[in-house]
Design a binder for this molecule. Structure first.
Ligand SMILES: Nc1ccn([C@@H]2O[C@H](COP(=O)(O)OP(=O)(O)OP(=O)(O)O)[C@@H](O)[C@H]2O)c(=O)n1
Ligand SMILES: C[C@](O)(CO)[C@H](O)COP(=O)(O)O
Length: 397
């Protein structure tokens, strides 16, 4: 095994979710405001050790699949089979040409998988060749006959609940699936069972009680309530920007054109208000700053309208499944007078960001004729953004 094994992930999503009741296949239903499959795929798509994410879907779901995972990194989906086992096999065959060293196989119906569980799965496969996440059993389990009479009480301390992502050396699990297909075995409910059948030793590693599979309508009700009760991953960021005045007859401030006796000296349109907001949002995401995303050295941004920058920052939040709770900007200048323009600016920021205007504040102050803003050499702006990400790899704050 190379030092840095190439690791792919298969996301099986071709099931019909019959046990979950009405509402279409459960992986496309919403949980905590996001499609189940988006939550299940996101930690794989963003994991630095996963080189490819291979979804397996039912062709009837192609449209809803595309919409549900928009913005995530994955290779084109392949068609699933009539059973979970057949769907996994289809995913493995799709990866056969790329031949990764390790493959992780995950249920799209397990939306609460974390980055750390994925890392454990990769480490376990690298160390053992075949491993699954497992959690201890809390209740006593009975083995019963067809009439419900107890045949045996297995020793609870040795029982485990099997989860996904299950991780394997790619060539071994592909060969195991091919052999099962050749021999007409299609009854394995997980890949570990199939691996055991071909004689592989399968290890276990620490699973995660939160990484449950959504199977029944009650699972949806319970997990929806749990998510609603969480504060979520709330973050705030601040931004600051300054632009000097030059020649001109108008200024762009907070997305609106303000007639003025001066213009801005700037690479873009010089909209200090929007620039400060972009930095506040990127700050909340710990995702660099406006200069790192739109370098002033890049001629592409010369004279650019700053609403593009703000839209981009908002998309950085929404593509992570997050939402902006509120935006606030304070403009520091003697002139132009911001008060009469305040609501127009709030409306424009709300329009650019898709927020309700009640979540957008525009404030202004002078600097009492002190400093560069007091001397009317330019305008400064500070901003603050609060965002809420739906969950965090390290758990809710
Ligand atoms: N033919 C199938 C059956 C299941 N799966 C996937 O395997 C995972 C675990 O299966 P399960 O929870 O049983 O899902 P369903 O088969 O959809 O559910 P049900 O048995 O209630 O119909 C799910 O992500 C499901 O989409 C699949 O890709 N192809
Ligand atoms: C693979 C699995 O999620 C491990 O617990 C489980 O076996 C899937 O079973 P299902 O019958 O497809 O629900």
């Amino acid at each position: 095994m190379p030092n840095q094994p190439r690791t792919a992930a298969i996301l099986v999503a071709a099931g019909r979710g019959l046990r979950a009741g009405a509402g279409g296949p459960k992986q496309y239903r919403s949980i905590g405001g996001q499609p189940v499959i988006y939550r299940a795929m996101y930690p794989f798509s963003t994991h630095p050790q996963i080189s490819a994410v291979q979804p397996v879907v039912n062709p009837d779901d192609a449209g809803v699949f595309d919409a549900a995972v928009r913005g995530l990194r994955y290779t084109p989906a392949v068609k699933g089979g009539a059973t979970r086992q057949a769907s996994v096999h289809a995913g493995l065959e799709a990866l056969a040409a790329a031949k990764p060293d390790i493959v992780l196989i995950h249920d799209a119906a397990r939306p609460f998988v974390s980055a750390s569980l994925i890392s454990r799965a990769i480490d376990a496969a690298a160390a053992t060749g075949a491993a699954i996440p497992a959690i201890p059993v809390a209740d006593t389990i009975k083995l019963v006959d067809g009439n419900g009479r107890i045949e045996a009480t297995p020793e609870r301390a040795r029982l485990r609940i099997a989860q996904t992502p299950q991780s394997f050396r790619f060539d071994a699990i592909l060969e195991a699936h091919r052999r099962a297909a050749r021999e007409g075995r299609d009854d394995f409910t997980d890949d570990a069972a199939l691996a055991e059948w071909v004689g592989l030793t399968v290890a276990t590693f620490e699973g995660d009680a939160a990484n449950m599979k959504l199977t029944t309508p009650e699972d949806f009700v319970r997990e929806e309530a749990r998510l609603a009760s969480l504060l979520g991953d709330v973050r705030s960021g601040t931004g600051y920007d300054v632009h000097a005045f030059g020649d001109g007859d108008h200024l762009m401030i907070c997305g609106i054109r303000v007639p003025h006796t001066r213009g801005f000296l700037a690479h873009s349109d010089g909209d200090v208000g929007l620039h400060a907001l972009v930095d506040a949002i990127l700050g909340a995401l710990a995702d660099g700053d406006i200069g790192s995303h739109f370098p002033p050295s890049d001629m592409k941004w010369k004279g650019a309208a700053s609403d593009k920058f703000l839209k981009y920052a908002v998309e950085r939040v929404t593509s992570r499944g997050g939402r902006i709770a509120n935006l606030e900007v304070t403009l520091i200048c003697e002139r132009p007078k911001i008060g009469p323009l305040r609501d127009q600016m709030r409306a424009r920021i709300a329009e650019i960001t898709g927020l309700d205007i009640s979540r957008v504040a525009v404030k202004a102050t002078t600097s009492e004729r002190l400093g560069f803003t007091g001397r009317e050499e330019g305008i400064a702006a500070t901003a603050c953004a609060t965002i809420r990400l739906p969950w965090d790899d390290k758990g809710p704050v």
